[in-house]
Ligand binder design. Structure first.
Ligand SMILES: Nc1ncnc2c1ncn2[C@@H]1O[C@H](COP(=O)(O)OP(=O)(O)O)[C@@H](O)[C@H]1O
Ligand SMILES: CSC[C@H]1O[C@H](OP(=O)(O)O)[C@H](O)[C@@H]1O
Length: 406
């Protein structure tokens, strides 16, 4: 097919048909555009004569959620496909298989995961995923360890840093997470009923100092190859399986940014449970499940990352006594700080989360939004003093009970 242009439905079918050894000659292909994210086109192509199906994801040269006034590099499609392929080498069961990448059309063809559900939707429906903490801690520990200077040759790593330079997508994060929510920016988008709380954040100098330090880390720390946008809308789940998708924000950054994204999005669902249509008992039980998942995610990550370090570290100073403990403590503090930033951006910034936005009762939604700001602020303010993951859980639980947390 010719030079880059957004594909039509018919063209998507034609491309699928031409992939060798996938659909046979008798196939009867059907296509739907199912993209519900902020940036790309996603075509779901199925053969009604067999059970075969694929996903074709194509980058647009601008941010879909805003329009052509926000141009974006098509190179992000290469970054996404290469990050998926690398993650597949490290954790083959935890990402979709990539069948093909086409640089001209900025398009990746991959395994269809429609037998899974996007985790954010699953959590909003009140489902439980008993293996999620085990799976996501595997994903985090293996991708972060083996792409860091601890787990790969330091000169090879520098080549890899070059491969994943991702300025446009990093700028989205730098602006939407680490700058705009703290000033009266045009991109902000918040409920008018919480303006007083938002204005208090705009004036909160001690908070701005902590955000500046976290932003500096995001800008300068090439610690490991990150997914870069690891929220529950980028994770497919079933009770038995977890698959991470959509690493187009991948770049070499601070590990805590990915861990913090997972923690923040579980916490946002916890906060969204302010609205609950079933019994109080059922709500308490679901929140307990989320707390267990949060605890297990951190503690299993900590255990697995240390085990990889003990067995596979290539850094000549990795075995220096005390280094690992200090490294893990710094990682915990970063994860908690970044989680706080992510909770605030999903409340004040351009892109929200359905866990809170879909609460239909205005007063309950306002309460949840205020709670999110309280939790996010408290996590950011305390992150450099944290010595145990209990601080994260205590902040979330106490703030929900209405106890002062900062
Ligand atoms: N491999 C896949 N299998 C099935 N559905 C997918 C797959 N990848 C994406 N999707 C669907 O497309 C939606 C948007 O995909 P995503 O990669 O998050 O796009 P964006 O980068 O625009 O956010 C997902 O929420 C999901 O519904
Ligand atoms: C202008 S992009 C806003 C927001 O959207 C991205 O998420 P997704 O690709 O999953 O839709 C990312 O979180 C960006 O910060």
């Amino acid at each position: 097919m010719s030079a880059y242009h957004p594909l039509t439905l018919d063209e998507a079918i034609q491309i699928a048909q031409e992939i060798p050894n996938l659909f046979d000659e008798q196939s009867n292909l059907q296509v739907r555009e199912i993209g519900d994210g902020n940036l790309n086109l996603v075509f779901h192509i199925t053969d009604s004569n067999s059970s075969k199906s694929i996903i074709l994801k194509q980058a647009l040269p601008y941010a879909k959620v805003v329009g052509e006034s926000w141009p974006l590099s098509l190179d992000r499609a290469r970054i996404e496909s290469e990050a998926l392929i690398l993650a597949y080498q490290l954790c083959p069961t935890l990402v979709p298989t990539v069948y093909r990448y086409d640089s001209e059309l900025a398009m990746t063809i991959m395994e269809d995961l429609s037998d899974h559900i996007i985790m954010r939707k699953g959590l909003i429906e009140g489902n439980r995923y008993p293996l999620f903490a085990e799976h996501i801690s595997d994903f985090l520990a293996r991708t972060l360890f083996f792409t860091s200077d601890l787990g790969q040759n330091q000169q090879a790593k520098k080549e890899s840093v070059k491969q994943f330079i991702n300025p446009d997508l990093c700028k989205i994060t730098e602006d939407l997470i680490f700058a705009d929510p703290y000033v009266d920016a045009e991109t902000n988008n918040f409920n008018a009923a919480i303006r007083d709380a938002v204005e208090a954040l705009w004036a909160d100098q001690p908070l701005h100092l902590e955000v500046a330090l976290l932003r500096m880390k995001f800008l300068t720390s090439a610690q490991a190859l990150l997914h870069g946008d690891l929220h529950t809308g980028s994770i497919f789940v079933t009770e038995q399986s977890t698959k991470v998708i959509d690493p187009e924000f991948a770049y070499y950054g601070p590990m805590g940014f990915d861990i913090g994204a997972v923690l923040a999005n579980l916490a946002l669902n916890y906060i969204g449970q302010e609205h609950w249509s079933r019994s109080e008992e059922a709500r308490a039980s679901y929140r307990e499940y989320l707390i267990d998942t949060l605890r297990d995610t951190w503690s299993q990550f900590d255990t697995k990352f240390r085990a990889l370090w003990n067995e596979h570290a290539v850094d000549p100073l990795a075995k220096v006594p005390g280094y690992q403990d200090l490294y893990m403590q710094q990682l915990l503090q970063d994860s908690i700080g970044f989680a706080g930033c992510k909770i605030i951006r999903r409340t004040i910034g351009l892109a929200h989360v359905a866990d809170i936005d879909t609460i239909s009762d205005d007063r309950v939604r306002e309460r949840a939004e205020r709670l999110a700001l309280t939790v996010g602020r408290a996590l950011i303010l305390q992150h450099r003093q944290v010595t145990s993951f209990d601080a994260f859980i205590d902040t979330l639980e106490q703030a929900t009970k209405g106890v002062q947390v900062s």
